[in-house]
Write a protein that binds this ligand. Sequence first.
Ligand code: PLP
Length: 450
Amino acid sequence: MNLDNETLEILKRAAATWKSGFDSLPEVEDSSNHKNLDPILQRVAIKLHNNYPYQHPMYLGQMMKPPHPIAHLAYTLAMSTNPNNHALDGGRASSEMEKDAVQQIAEMIGWKNGLGHLCGGGTVANLEALWVSRELTENRLIAVSDQAHYTHSRCASLLGMDCRIIESDTHGRMRTAALQEVLDKNSVGTVVVTLGTTGLGAVDPLEEILALQEQYQFRIHIDSAYGGYFKLAENLSEYATRQYELMNRADSIVIDPHKHGLQPYGCGCVLFKDPAVARVYKHDSPYTYFTSDQLHLGEISLECSRAGASAVALWATLQRFPLEPHGEFSTGLESARSAAIQLYEWLNQSEFYTPVVTPDLDIVVWSVRTESASESSGKAREIFEAAAEANLHFALVTLPRKLVEENSDIQNWDQSELTCLRACVMKPEHQGWMPRILELFSHISRTTLG
Ligand SMILES: *Cc1c(COP(=O)(O)O)cnc(C)c1O
């Protein structure tokens, strides 16, 4: 966020209102509070130059989207008390806001009575969902695609569960035929369906997996840490739209407000369709929960202390951007997706590149057109560096031959993997910026590859 005067004025006014609520307390004097802050913060500002410019539309590398100023402001204001959403004793107001914000996310999915809470991020959220699955499925197998986030096999190992990796197709989506083979031979308790893979932004075929569920009976966990909010977008392909429509049929869902939801890091969300899973969390800590019979979020959460400020920031953001179709937030997602399609179409026409897949969401991945896989990978790295020199930031991703082969011009597979370029076109401003980005990228490509 640009910490400009207008924003700081808004914060000052809110801070004064906040403070007035505690006027009855005696003043605490601490004259040393400001000592050295100025020079230290100057050093911090300079140290922070050693980052890619994540906040700028010319940064399209990793999955980074700047928090909205309202999230920044609300978070900062909440830090005045630094509430802890573990128990109502530590964060009464912020726990209320968390329940309300989580309810709004659940309603976006179509769940009226779901159970859920915020957590540190997608990793903990997925761990929690898989742990609940383990408790409810007597430790039966987990199946995930080879394009799923690596956190799943790691969580499975942490939980002492067996995890089967299911091959994906040339779109980067789970192959249901391969899943069925595993279901035929094993007792699978949970299938992880990714709606928006981290590498390619691919949407797994939930509809087909639901059909298999009728025959084989397993829990469905949707990992949409990155892609969940695309439920609201109206410019996805017919295929992707259909999978999102069926999202409410899952047993558990992960969505990260800190990915596409305009939040600072430290904000993931896990949701369960059946509120009765609360029994899995049962514990009787002697330390907490004295003040009321109401639900303390710590009673349904694996983590204990959690930043109440995260909930305050998310709640405030949802006041500004309600999760409704055609709203400003949905339009922002749609424009990111349109910008991704512009980039994809440009690559499709390009003499230098081949897109790896047609994007399901707003991530675009492409390879450099050459004879051999090693040469193409080397040139991808050169382009990555030349673009960064010109302040245009992409990422690199290494993909297995079987995923890329069909859609690439590589004749000589002298190595089994291909390094490709990847762009996360996640910011609403990317649509307006795309012509300029493409002009620059076109120039960089001609000078490096031409
Ligand atoms: C980012 C991501 C994760 C991990 O979430 P963190 O918030 O980084 O812990 C898991 N799954 C998917 C699909 C992701 O994109």
